[in-house]
Design a protein around this ligand. Structure first.
Ligand code: MCA
Ligand code: AMP
Length: 468
C-alpha cells in the first residue's frame, strides 16, 4: 500500500495519531485523513486526471491523498502559478476539473471543493503500482514546462530507499515549509510521512523562525533555507535537538554546511535527485557526510559517468563526466513529448541527468555543475531560461531578451534578464510573475542597447552571465 500509515483497517484498530499532519494551523489525525480523503476519493473516483492548486493547506493534503486512494492522477499546480503557465498545464495534462483550493481563474473547468469535515469509510482496492500517481511539471532548457508522470511504485521505492539511508521511522517528526507541487515537499515530505507513518509539520513558509519552533527530528530544506538558518544563530541553535537536517534540490555550499554543523552540532545530510528520477543519491545517517558531496546511490539505483564519446570515466574523484542514473524510481518518459523523452532516456533505462559530476573510489558522488547554462536553479526551483525569455517577448515593450542565472549567495542562482526594448524593469518582473509563476520572475531586468551575439546570431549566454 502506497500510503501505508493510512490503512483504514489499522487505523480502525487504533493505529491513530492525533497530529499526523499539521498544516496551516490545522491538525489532522490519521482518521481525519483516511475519512476525509476517502470522502474526496468518492467524489473524484472515475475521473482520469484532476488539477490541484497546491497551496500548503489541509485541502491540498486531502485532495492529493484522495486522488491516491481512488487511483486518480493528481496534477499539482504551483500555488503561485500565472496565467500562461496555468493554461499550459491544464491543456497539456488533460485535467478535467480542479479539486481543492479554487484558483483565481478555473479556465472553464469545474471546481470540486474539499469538505474538510466530510467522512467516508469506503474501502478502495490499491491501484496498480505502475499507474500514474502524479504529473509534476518541470522546466527544461527550451520550451514550456514538461509533464513528468510519476508512478506509484517509483514513489514507494524512493521513500523506502530513503527510509533505509536516513533511518527514517514512524518515531520521526518531519518538518518543512517547501512547496507541495514538487518532489521535495510533496513526494518526500508529505507522501513520505504518510507512507512511513511519522508526524508531519508544514511550516507555511520555510523561515528560520518557523523551523526553530517546530521541534522536529527530521528537517528538509533547499540550500537557500539552510543558508538563512545558518545566518540566524538562535534559529540554528534551536535545531540542535534534531536527528537529521537534510538538504537537496540544489548544491549546498560548503561554508553553509560548515556553519550549520558548527551552530547545530549536526552535519547535514545532502541528497541529489530530479523530478524525472526522484531522489537517487544521498549521504547516509550512518555514513560519511562530506561537505560538497552528495553521497552514494540509494539501494536499487545505478549511476555511471560518461565522457563525450560515451565511454565511462574513471572513479578517481577528479575526472568529470556526464551523470546518468538508472533504477526503479526513474520515470518512463515525459507526457506528450516522445521527442524530449528520447533526448534524456536511453532504451535500456539510463536517464541522462544533464549534470556533470565526479565519483571517487569509494563511490561518493560530487555534482560539479550543469551541462547547460539555460537551466537555472534559483532557491531550489528549476527554471528554463527560454520559458522566461518567451514570456518577456510577449510584452509589447520587449524586442529582444536573454535570461541567465547569475551566482547569488541567497538563492544559489538569481534570474537576470537582459532586455532590448523600452519597458520599465519593474513592469517586466511583474509581467513574468503574472504569466509564469512568481518564483520564475527575474529578480533583476537590465535594459541594454544590444545583446552579445556570435557570428551566427546566437546570444553568448556565458559572456552575459559574466557581465554581472
Ligand atoms: C515578490 N513576490 C511577488 C513579486 N515579488 N509576487 C508577484 N510578483 C512580484 N513581482 C512575492 C512572492 O510571490 C512571495 O509571496 C513573496 O513575494 C516572496 O517570494 P520569493 O521572493 O519568491 O521568496 P524567496 O524568499 O525568494 O523564496 C525562497 C524560498 C523559495 C522560500 C527558499 O525559493 C522556495 O520555496 N524554494 C523551494 C523550491 C523547491 O521546493 N524545490 C524543489 C524542486 P508569498 O510569500 O505569498 O509566497 S526540486 C525537486 O523536487 C527534486 C527532486 C529535489 O532534488 O528535491
Ligand atoms: P528538479 O527536477 O527541479 O528537482 O531539478 C533537478 C536538478 O536539481 C538536478 O538535475 C540537479 O541539477 C539539481 N540538484 C538536485 N539536488 C542537488 C544537489 N544536492 N546538488 C546539486 N544539484 C542538485
Amino acid at each position: 500500500m502506497l500510503l501505508a500509515s493510512l490503512n483504514p483497517a489499522a487505523v480502525a484498530r487504533g493505529a491513530e495519531i492525533a497530529d499526523a499532519v499539521d498544516i496551516d494551523g490545522v491538525r489532522l489525525s490519521r482518521s481525519d485523513i483516511v475519512g476525509g480523503a476517502t470522502s474526496v476519493a468518492e467524489r473524484v473516483a472515475g475521473a482520469e486526471r484532476v488539477a490541484v492548486l497546491a497551496t500548503p493547506s489541509p485541502a491540498t493534503v486531502l485532495a492529493i491523498t484522495g486522488c491516491l486512494i481512488a487511483g486518480v492522477t493528481a496534477v499539482p499546480v504551483p500555488a503561485d502559478v500565472g496565467a500562461a503557465e496555468r493554461v499550459h498545464i491544464l491543456k497539456d495534462s488533460g485535467a478535467r476539473a480542479w479539486l481543492g483550493e479554487k484558483p483565481d481563474d478555473t479556465e472553464g473547468l469545474p471546481h470540486i471543493p474539499v469538505r474538510l469535515h466530510a467522512r467516508s469509510w469506503h474501502r478502495y482496492p490499491e491501484p496498480p503500482g505502475d499507474s500514474t500517481a502524479l504529473i509534476l511539471y518541470t522546466s527544461g532548457t527550451t520550451g514550456a514546462p514538461k509533464g513528468v508522470p510519476i508512478r506509484r511504485d517509483a514513489i514507494a521505492a524512493d521513500i523506502d530507499a530513503l527510509a533505509e539511508a536516513w533511518q527514517w521511522t514512524p518515531e520521526d517528526k518531519l518538518v518543512h515549509g517547501l512547496p507541495l507541487y514538487h518532489v521535495h515537499g510533496l513526494v518526500l515530505g508529505l507522501l513520505g510521512s504518510l507512507r512511513i507513518g511519522n508526524r508531519f509539520v508544514h511550516t507555511g513558509r520555510p523561515t528560520p523562525e518557523a523551523y526553530a519552533v517546530a521541534a522536529g527530528t527530521l528537517y528538509f530544506g533547499v540550500p537557500t533555507v539552510w543558508s538563512r538558518i545558518a545566518a540566524d544563530n538562535s534559529a540554528a541553535g534551536a535545531l540542535s535537538g534534531a536527528r537529521l537536517l537534510v538538504s537537496g534540490s540544489a548544491p549546498l555550499p560548503v561554508p553553509v554546511f560548515e556553519r550549520l554543523s558548527d551552530l547545530t552540532g549536526i552535519r547535514p545530510i545532502e541528497r541529489y535527485g530530479a523530478t524525472e528520477t526522484l531522489i537517487t543519491i544521498s549521504t547516509r545517517a550512518d555514513g560519511e557526510r562530506r561537505p560538497g558531496w552528495v553521497g552514494l546511490p540509494l539501494t536499487g539505483i545505478e549511476t555511471r559517468l560518461l565522457d563525450d564519446d560515451g565511454s565511462e570515466v574513471p572513479h578517481d574523484g577528479e575526472t568529470i563526466g556526464r551523470l546518468e542514473v538508472r533504477g526503479p524510481t526513474v520515470f518512463d518518459g515525459y507526457l506528450n513529448r516522445p521527442d524530449a523523452t528520447a533526448e534524456v532516456l536511453s532504451p535500456d533505462g539510463w536517464y541522462h541527468t544533464g549534470d556533470v559530476a565526479v565519483i571517487d573510489a569509494d563511490g561518493m558522488h560530487r555534482i560539479v555543475g550543469r551541462e547547460s547554462v539555460d537551466l537555472i536553479k534559483t532557491g531550489g526551483f528549476r527554471v528554463g531560461a527560454q520559458e522566461v525569455e518567451t514570456a518577456l517577448l510577449g510584452h509589447p515593450g520587449v524586442r529582444e531578451a536573454a535570461v541567465v542565472g547569475v551566482p547569488d549567495d541567497d538563492l544559489g542562482q538569481r534570474i537576470v534578464a537582459y532586455v532590448v526594448g523600452d519597458a520599465r524593469p519593474e513592469e517586466l518582473i511583474d509581467f513574468v510573475a503574472q504569466q509564469l509563476s512568481a518564483h520564475k520572475r527575474p529578480r533583476e531586468v537590465r535594459i541594454v542597447d544590444a545583446l552579445p551575439r556570435n557570428a551566427m546570431g546566437k546570444v553568448l549566454k556565458k559572456e552575459l552571465a559574466q557581465w554581472d
